[in-house]
Design a binder for this molecule. Structure first.
Ligand code: IVH
Length: 698
């Protein structure tokens, strides 16, 4: 898309625009150059994952574009990067007809299926040697997008294959889909493209963590998350989901008058290259042209091993006849093309039995049904409990106790129950009765309007108090080792620990007489409690268990004040000014800091030596604002521990290699990131040992 020369030119223009201190763009032509610069940086970031610009610099240029367009509306173009922004909500998604029906793929599961496929292809094409193009089978939601005269004009979901929902506004939110592409240079006027929308594993995990922090049901898997995101009526919300798209097929095209259509469309592999050159994310690097089915079978086996190392989910490999004239010759059934085959990887599903349901009481009093299942091996771990989140989920899935169930676990995603196997019911399965009263304190349960969870509203309910302490001392909160689930329960029952303040007032003398508690474990616990006092402020905020405040919000909050009690002076409006804090979360934080009991609790914690000041606010030292990236496997530290060291010293964690990166820390098996970093002189490449030394931690 951008060769060396053009890249250099665009970088020079970027610098010029960044130096434009007066923020004035004098004419239409200059504005177009600014748009080209912004599109170039979107491409570096979203397609290549190799940004050349800091986020803040991109924002500066974007604002300059926005401001100039507002002042000169006649200069706006339909493919301006600002056109990804939509105002208001989408009312409905009208049905639209695909230009060519969106077919499915035939599935294969082993080498025999592939040999059969190859035999059929040979027969139908009357060829002895077949060239195949193989590529990942992306596990997301399929889309169809249409470009006319180089402009993106329509995006749609698959629907029933003939008609789908028109979701153009949401499609425009996906930054790896260009708003315009120079199809005209290849003789094309109208083009219909097929592709898959995904959420990568990291973004999916983060999104689910936010949902859980807000007391909401997490999404089952990245596929459902992508499909659901495409049908959200608030485009801004769609933008927040960080969707990505791969395109893999041109299903229809028309030519421009008097222009010759490019020969690139004669083969599947060159079509993928063409799409890549036009600025799309096609599997151009992942695809492989192979001759003969044996090579294809090897590729499928190799790819299955690589599956977990990819940043996004794939559920197989797609094998396509490379020659388009041969594809046309052998055609399709009403269900699938005869020239393609999906090779499906081993499913990450298993069957088990729902033995019983336990009802767990969380720190906010919410009752979570937990399915206890016959222990079952799946994806390398044994699963015996699966959360069902709330009563609605049980009803929706029509589960009964004793049911044979299908369970699934995708990658490192939490396991979930797909469905009961109703055909295997024997008649002795029992309905699940959701409790009316708290299983611990017997208080009548209560459900707020618009919420899915039943709650115990007795603030003295011992199960809630215990859950609160367990959360406070958990690994991602104050990380007090030795104060886990069963110990907290035990201390609570023995009256040694009633609330979180009690952790810092523990009577260690009394512990000595508690069975199972030796001198050594008491000493370890003492040290762990003492160490927790100096945990950074964001951990304490998360540990307090304020409703809707997860780790991300806790970090935002911690970065906004010099002392935690400063939040007493924040209005609801002030809170909503903070990044990603909406009215619901703001309301909860406001309530927390306007409750005298909570203020007294925080003051007591401070008197006991806990860290309520934001030390980050006054960072001094060599690493303030320096960025670090870790690659490969670290041997002494966990990734999260290493990142925390950086953050605690005022540094930042970068997400990819760019000229803005200061340090790359390399562990074992570091490869592509290391290679990239070597090409940029300003990046300091250091080992894990050197990293520890830098921070005085060896
Ligand atoms: S080709 C006529 N290629 O898998 C073209 N499909 O299970 C047919 N899919 O509906 C599609 N990755 O949504 C093709 N590399 C890939 C794919 C792919 C994922 C999806 C697609 C299709 C479904 C069938």
């Amino acid at each position: 898309m951008y060769n060396k020369e053009i890249t250099k030119k665009l970088q020079e223009e970027t610098s010029l625009f960044l130096q434009n201190k007066e923020a004035i763009i004098v004419g239409e032509e200059e504005l177009q150059r600014l748009r080209d610069v912004l599109r170039f940086h979107e491409y570096r970031y979203y397609i290549l994952n190799e940004p050349l610009l800091a986020d803040i610099e991109f924002d500066l240029l974007y604002k300059l574009l926005e401001k100039t367009e507002n002042e000169n509306p006649s200069w706006i173009t339909a493919d301006s990067p600002t056109k990804r922004v939509a105002k208001g909500l989408t009312k409905s998604f009208p049905s639209v007809q695909h230009l060519v029906p969106m077919l499915s793929l035939e599935n294969s599961y082993d080498s025999n299926d592939l040999l059969d496929f190859d035999r059929r292809v040979k027969e139908l094409t009357e060829k002895e040697i077949i060239e195949y193009c193989v590529e990942p089978k992306f596990d997301g939601a399929s889309i169809s997008i249409i470009y006319e005269n180089d402009l993106l004009i329509r995006g749609a979901t698959r629907g029933d294959g003939v008609e789908g929902d028109e979701i153009t506004t949401n499609i425009k939110k996906i930054k790896s889909i260009p708003l315009s592409a120079k199809f005209s240079q290849y003789g094309l006027q109208q083009v219909e493209i097929r592709g898959e929308v995904l959420i990568n594993k990291k973004n999916f995990k983060e999104y689910n963590e936010q949902l859980i922090a807000q007391g909401l049901e997490p999404l089952a898997n990245p596929r459902n998350a992508a499909a659901g995101s495409l049908r959200i009526k608030n485009p801004t919300e769609v933008g927040k989901r960080n969707l990505e798209a791969f395109v893999y097929h041109i299903s229809h095209y028309t030519s421009l008058p008097n222009k010759k259509i490019t020969e690139d469309l004669h083969q599947h592999a060159t079509t993928l290259n063409l799409l890549w050159d036009l600025g799309f994310r096609s599997p151009q690097l992942e695809k492989k042209v192979l001759i003969g089915i044996e090579a294809v079978i090897n590729y499928c086996n190799e790819f299955e091993i690589k599956r977990d190392n990819l940043p996004y989910e794939i559920d197989g490999v797609v094998i396509k006849l490379n020659e388009v004239s041969l594809q046309e010759k052998i055609g399709m059934t009403s269900h699938h093309p005869r020239w393609a085959m999906a090779y499906k990887f081993k499913a990450r599903q298993a069957t088990s039995k729902l033995e019983t349901i336990e009802f767990q009481i969380g720190r906010t009093g919410a009752i979570t049904p937990i399915a206890k299942i016959t222990p079952t091996a799946l994806g390398g771990v044994t699963i015996s409990s699966i959360s069902l989140f709330n009563e609605e989920v049980i009803k929706e899935k029509k589960l009964k106790i004793g049911d044979a169930i299908l369970i699934e676990r995708a990658g490192d995603v939490i396991p979930y129950i797909v469905k009961p196997l109703i055909e295997l019911r024997t008649g002795i399965e029992k309905e699940i009765e959701f409790p009316k009263n708290c299983p611990t304190c017997n208080t009548k349960l209560f459900k707020e309007e618009g919420e899915a969870a039943w709650r115990c509203i007795n603030i003295d309910c011992s199960a809630q108090l215990i859950a609160h302490i367990i959360h406070f001392s958990s690994k991602d909160a104050m990380d007090i080792r030795g104060l886990g689930d069963s110990i907290v329960q035990k201390f609570f029952k023995l009256n040694l620990l009633k609330n979180i303040v009690g952790i810092y007032e523990l009577d260690f003398g009394k512990l000595e007489n508690t069975d199972g508690f030796g001198k050594k474990s008491i000493e370890n616990l003492k040290v762990a409690i003492q160490n927790s006092k100096t945990q950074p402020l964001h951990r304490l905020i998360f540990a307090l268990g304020i409703r809707f405040v997860g780790e991300t919000t806790a970090k935002t909050m911690s970065n906004s004040v010099a002392h935690l009690l400063d939040f007493r002076n924040f209005s609801l409006d002030d809170l909503q000014q903070l990044e990603d804090i909406g009215p619901k979360v703001a309301g909860s934080i406001f309530q927390f800091f306007n409750n005298q009991k909570n203020i007294e609790l925080l003051q007591r914690l401070e008197n006991l030596g806990l860290q309520l000041k934001n030390e980050k606010k006054n960072f001094v030292g060599d690493f303030v604002h320096q960025s670090f990236l870790f690659t490969g496997t670290l041997s002494k530290l966990k990734r999260t521990e290493a990142e925390e060291i950086v953050e605690n010293n005022g540094g930042k964690i970068a997400s990819s290699i760019s000229s803005k990166l200061n340090f790359l820390v390399v562990g074992a098996d570091a490869r592509s990131k290391l290679e990239k970093a070597k090409k940029i002189n300003s990046i300091k490449i250091i080992t894990e040992e050197e990293f520890l030394k830098l921070f005085g931690k060896h």
